[in-house]
Write a protein that binds this ligand. Structure first.
Ligand code: C5P
Ligand code: C5P
Ligand code: ZN
Length: 472
């Protein structure tokens, strides 16, 4: 067992192990989320159960909606393990999967309802699932309690946490930290203080700046030409010999110079100093991955998995997370390129349409229609919030139309807003339910799916709930 966990959680992990040990030799279905954390956690549960000798089948879903639970129930599976989702859908799981043995391994806030299945959830043990542990971290604790050797899955646990932006303040906290420390001790991870720019192992410095969005650097994030000018002004050459300058080529003085200039640039653009300073912080290297590949850096690994999920190539993402490094890994690199290009396109679309963003009082609303893919709308909402291009700090609620002509909603806040009382998970759940949709998530990031035509009403309910949260 990982040292330092709450007693109640240790006890729960013992109970989980007992249930798994009582399973007879029947195939186990794993249902997981399609983002980096979901893919990593699915891979951890998959590998752990295979090591116990079970046959497993793992599937990624965009969201665990009622429709999907009904479909699953039709297949009459004997055992389902939900990972990185499930706790927000306890009612429907209870309703439709009565005949299935269910284990939920999740870090989302659980629905407040009677549930007869088995739930291993961070919140039930006083752990904040938005900042202290990811779905992959929960999966890791599960795996770790089945078998000590599953400690070697620590890298995936951390990739999931970073994928869910749980290191946004520059370092991992809570149980994430305990897991990371164990990974360091076992020679799986290295944590060092450095510039937290994207792709520091693999990208030319100017590209790394362009691709950095956490923290968002107004003027540089998303802009290649400005990133080149920025480096030139600092006297840092773009090229070094035959190749481009990489972060690793800079000496300590140059890194310091660059860090100071980046912080200044952010602060001048209204980014709070604390967030700006998170440009320096912990960067995590996966020591068992090839050098100079995107898998060597936790953040880039997470983006690679996200890109497979967002392109709906779940199998590729899962295969890479499970350890495939041949053809599917090569395909995943193409996904990553496409994903970065698409994010660039979306960000520039938003920048051009900034005047269409509606200020409804307590929040900003972006109506993207079919201009932005439903799978990316959350990422873009987060970027808009963090880019500080909007005059005030308010939650951002973004709406995109799905291929099935429904409305996908993504909402994003930050620590400061959460401290003021905002809980987007509750707001999305409340407002979507009012209009016959489904929604939920974390205080800081949440989403919903509603029918087309109900947007206006839905947004009024969200506004009402947010006003209430701020007033209380
Ligand atoms: O479903 P799941 O929990 O994996 O998704 C969490 C989502 O919350 C991610 O999309 C992540 O980017 C977002 N998030 C955020 N800001 C934070 C923490 C999480 O936007 N500080
Ligand atoms: O989809 P998006 O990235 O905006 O989701 C943010 C968070 O809200 C995730 O944790 C996701 O699992 C959750 N969510 C939810 N129900 C939905 C949509 C999103 O619980 N219908
Ligand atoms: Zn997650």
């Amino acid at each position: 067992m990982l040292q330092g966990l709450a007693r109640s959680l240790e006890k729960r992990l013992d109970e989980t192990r007992e249930i798994v040990n009582s399973f007879s030799d029947i195939p186990i279905r794993i249902i997981t989320h399609n983002d980096a954390d979901g893919i990593s956690s699915g891979a951890v549960v998959h590998l752990a159960l295979e090591r116990e000798g079970f046959k497993v089948h793992t599937r990624c879903v965009k969201q665990l909606e009622e429709k999907i639970i009904v479909e699953l129930a039709d297949e009459k599976p004997e055992i389902i393990i939900f990972s990185d989702l499930g706790s927000g859908q306890l009612e429907n799981i209870e309703k439709y999967l009565k005949k299935t043995e269910v284990i939920i391994i999740d870090h989302h806030e659980p629905q407040n309802t009677d549930f007869s299945g088995f739930q291993l959830n961070a919140h039930e043990h006083g752990i904040d699932g938005a900042s202290e542990i990811s779905g992959s971290g929960m999966a890791y604790l599960f795996a770790r309690s089945l078998r000590e050797e599953n400690k070697n899955l620590a890298a995936l646990a951390i990739v999931g946490a970073v994928g869910d932006l749980q290191d946004t303040n520059g370092k991992l906290l809570g149980v994430n930290r305990l897991i990371a420390r164990e990974g360091v001790k076992d020679g799986i991870l290295r944590i060092e203080k450095d510039l937290r720019i994207y792709g520091r192992q693999t990208r030319p410095l100017y590209k790394a700046l362009e691709y950095t969005t956490d923290p968002f650097i107004p003027g540089l994030s998303g802009s290649e030409s400005s990133s080149i000018v920025f480096l030139k002004e600092l006297g840092i050459p773009i090229k070094k010999g035959e190749g481009f300058t990489m972060l690793a080529d800079l000496n300590d003085n140059e890194k310091k110079l660059m860090a100071n200039a980046l912080v200044l640039k952010m602060v001048e653009n209204n980014v709070p100093i604390k967030i700006a300073e998170s440009i320096i912080g912990e960067v995590i290297t996966l020591l068992r991955e090839e050098k100079r590949t995107p898998l060597r850096d936790a953040r880039e690994f997470a983006t690679l998995l996200n890109s497979c999920g967002k392109n709906e190539k779940y199998g590729i993402g899962l295969a890479v997370a499970i350890g495939e490094r041949e053809d599917l890994y090569t395909s995943s690199l193409d996904m990553l390129t496409q994903h970065r290009e698409y994010i660039g396109y979306c960000y520039s679309w938003i920048s051009k349409n900034i005047d269409k963003i509606i200020d409804s009082g307590n929040m900003y609303i972006i109506i993207a229609g079919k201009e932005i893919n439903e799978n990316i709308i959350g990422t873009i909402a987060g970027m808009i919030l963090n880019s500080r291009t909007l005059p005030e700090l308010k939650p951002v609620i973004a709406l995109a139309e799905t291929e099935e002509d429904e409305i996908k909603v993504s909402s994003r806040a930050n620590r400061e807003l959460v401290e003021r009382g905002i809980n987007l998970g509750k707001a999305m759940h409340y407002a979507s339910e009012k209009v016959g949709g489904e929604g939920g998530g974390h205080n800081i990031a949440a989403g919903a799916k509603i029918k087309k035509g109900r947007e206006k009403e839905f947004l009024e309910y969200v506004e009402e709930m947010i006003a209430d949260q701020l007033g209380g």
